[in-house]
Design a protein around this ligand. Structure first.
Ligand SMILES: NC(=O)C1=CN([C@@H]2O[C@H](COP(=O)(O)OP(=O)(O)OC[C@H]3O[C@@H](n4cnc5c(N)ncnc54)[C@H](O)[C@@H]3O)[C@@H](O)[C@H]2O)[C@@H](O)CC1
Ligand SMILES: Nc1ncnc2c1ncn2[C@@H]1O[C@H](COP(=O)(O)OP(=O)(O)O)[C@@H](O)[C@H]1O
Ligand SMILES: [Mg+2]
Length: 282
């Protein structure tokens, strides 16, 4: 295994694009977040808000009917399109053409949702981020991975990774299997953990930000929103993941002196995104 390349501020600044003073929301990208089910609309809220708070011009969230009021009230800036089903997603129809789509946080694994994911993957050509239950559904239907566009971004935590690639007996076997998976399906894998690694075929990158404060519900859902935002803003997938993983970790490093490890929650990631961006600008 090659030594990982470190994702540092210096590396990020090589491709980071400051916002153009003459831009407008129509140029800042439109992202769609397909997320949520009854009891897990919070995952949709966190992913959508973090997407918007990372510079995306427009965000539309696709969610079951039970998520409608929750989303509209908790994030008025986000647009909402609902499924015909009340409690979980059954038929994904998007009345817009976004620049990036995320699917998975909180969607569950109902049979109807699995069918909707298959139909969606069959027709979708838009740059994609797959997380959480979308990964669990694909782990049980591996042939569907042939349907995803090249350079699709997968963001598994260790258990989701194990469901996708099978058990490993050593760290080096984990990396070998993840690299083989990335090469087979031509996908970029964010191996979330402490630290997080990015596997892009045989390239391995190691993140240098983040701490144990991130061990809290919803912190992965916010990472999905952040990466999807950069994808929608036109970053190539290999750069969108690096920038997303780096800034996500940086929010926890910035917040730690105020929150300590214990009282940091996923909403604090969103709250500290502004300071994380500012630290890149000087
Ligand atoms: N507020 C919300 O609506 C939330 C919704 N969530 C959604 O809930 C669904 C289930 O996700 P979960 O991830 O909780 O359930 P999973 O069953 O996918 O994962 C939980 C299992 O993974 C293991 N695991 C997780 N991180 C690990 C690590 N770093 N090292 C070793 N083992 C690790 C845990 O010990 C546990 O056994 C997803 O759709 C997710 O998006 C969660 O994100 C939590 C918050
Ligand atoms: N001890 C830790 N140190 C650094 N980062 C961590 C730690 N624990 C968790 N994280 C990060 O928090 C996120 C957790 O993602 P995930 O398990 O998908 O959360 P959820 O599904 O609840 O949103 C990942 O980005 C992971 O790297
Ligand atoms: Mg998760």
């Amino acid at each position: 295994m090659k030594d990982p390349l470190l994702i540092t501020k210096e590396e990020i600044l090589k491709f980071y694009k400051p916002v153009n003073p003459h831009t407008h929301k129509g140029l800042q990208g439109h992202a769609v977040i397909i997320a949520g089910s009854y009891g897990k609309i919070g995952a949709a809220v966190l992913a959508s808000k973090s997407c918007l708070k990372s510079g995306c011009g427009l965000v539309t969230t696709y969610t079951p009917k039970c998520g409608y009021q929750i989303l509209q009230i908790s994030i008025p800036e986000v647009m909402v399109v609902t499924d015909e089903n009340a409690n979980f997603i059954t038929n994904i129809h998007l009345p817009i053409q976004p620049q990036a789509i995320a699917i998975g946080p909180g969607i569950g694994k109902e049979l109807g949702t699995q069918k909707a994911v298959f139909e969606f993957l069959r027709v979708n050509k838009t740059p994609l981020v797959l997380d959480a239950d979308a990964l669990n559904i694909l782990a049980e239907n591996q042939s569907w991975l042939e349907l995803v566009p090249d350079n699709t971004i997968l963001t598994p935590h260790p258990k989701e990774l194990e469901r996708l690639i099978g058990k490993w007996n050593s760290e080096s076997e984990k990396f070998q299997k993840t690299i083989a998976f990335s090469e087979k399906y031509k996908v970029i894998i964010v191996m979330k953990g402490a630290p997080t690694y990015i596997i892009n075929k045989n390239q391995i990158y190691e993140n240098t930000t983040g701490n144990a404060a991130l061990a809290t519900a919803g912190s992965g859902d916010t990472l999905t929103g952040i990466i999807t935002s950069f994808l929608a803003q036109g970053y190539e997938p290999k750069y969108a993941v690096k920038l997303g993983v780096f800034l996500h970790g940086l929010t926890a490093d910035i917040a730690l002196p105020q929150t300590g490890y214990q009282s940091f929650i996923a909403s604090d990631i969103i709250e500290n995104l502004g300071k994380a961006f500012l630290s890149l600008d000087h």
